[in-house]
Write a protein that binds this ligand. Structure first.
Ligand code: GTP
Ligand code: MG
Length: 193
């Protein structure tokens, strides 16, 4: 994918702020700190288009980015962040649900999990919910650079078993730029649909 331009559009807290539909959308969802914003930046070759932080809970709204005036990336707030108040957590959850259920141009959901760990209870529950939606789903296993090459197949297998996933799993490292071309190939085929 050649990126001619990528722009941040809006941090939306309510559906009326979502950009006018039309362009196909790729939504990134995963636990806080799993690397959603970092992956999005790397895919677009941008340093800090989506805000990244070593502190979890950085992304608190639904952030929309337009790419090549052709498609959108959507950075969703991370789930499972304990230090966020209960009320705020349930607000995030209903905002995310609303987006996933109602957003017509949504063409692909990208669920991120950390390749080093067995998916959490939250990951499993979210995966179950996403798998029931009528939108193509892919799992991305992040931070590939943090494990040895020989561990990759067994970690991917563990993730597949724990999530009971019957969708593809793409191991990537945003840090070391591994696996990004494969992910782009998938996105390009979605856009061409
Ligand atoms: P929230 O916005 O809180 O939901 O987090 P997020 O999922 O957007 O995570 P973010 O991209 O902010 O990254 C969290 C931390 O993980 C940062 O310190 C990143 O530098 C680090 N990180 C992200 N991707 C990678 C990766 O591929 N490899 C390594 N080693 N670290 C990564
Ligand atoms: Mg983020």
């Amino acid at each position: 994918m050649i990126i001619h331009n990528s722009t941040f559009e809006i941090s939306a807290v309510r559906p009326s702020q979502w950009p006018e539909g039309g362009l196909p959308e790729f939504a990134f969802i995963g636990r806080s700190n799993v690397g959603k914003s970092t992956l999005l930046n790397r895919l677009l070759n941008r340093k800090n288009l989506a805000r990244v932080s070593s502190q979890p809970g950085k992304t608190r709204q639904i952030n929309f980015f337009a790419i090549n005036e052709q498609f959108r990336f959507v950075d969703l707030p991370g789930y499972g962040y304990a230090a966020v108040s209960k009320r705020e957590r349930s607000e995030f959850a209903s905002m995310i649900d609303k987006y996933l259920l109602e957003r017509e141009p949504l063409c692909r959901i990208v669920q991120l999990v950390d390749i080093r760990h067995e998916p959490s209870k939250d990951d499993v529950a979210v995966h179950e919910g996403l798998a029931q939606l009528d939108v193509p789903l892919v799992v991305v296993a992040t931070k590939l650079d943090k494990i040895g090459k020989s561990q990759v197949p067994s970690q991917v297998k563990k993730i597949r078993q724990t999530l009971r996933a019957d969708v593809p799993i793409y191991p990537v490292s945003a840090e070391k730029r591994l696996g990004l071309d494969e992910l782009w190939a998938l996105f390009e085929s979605d856009i061409a649909q």
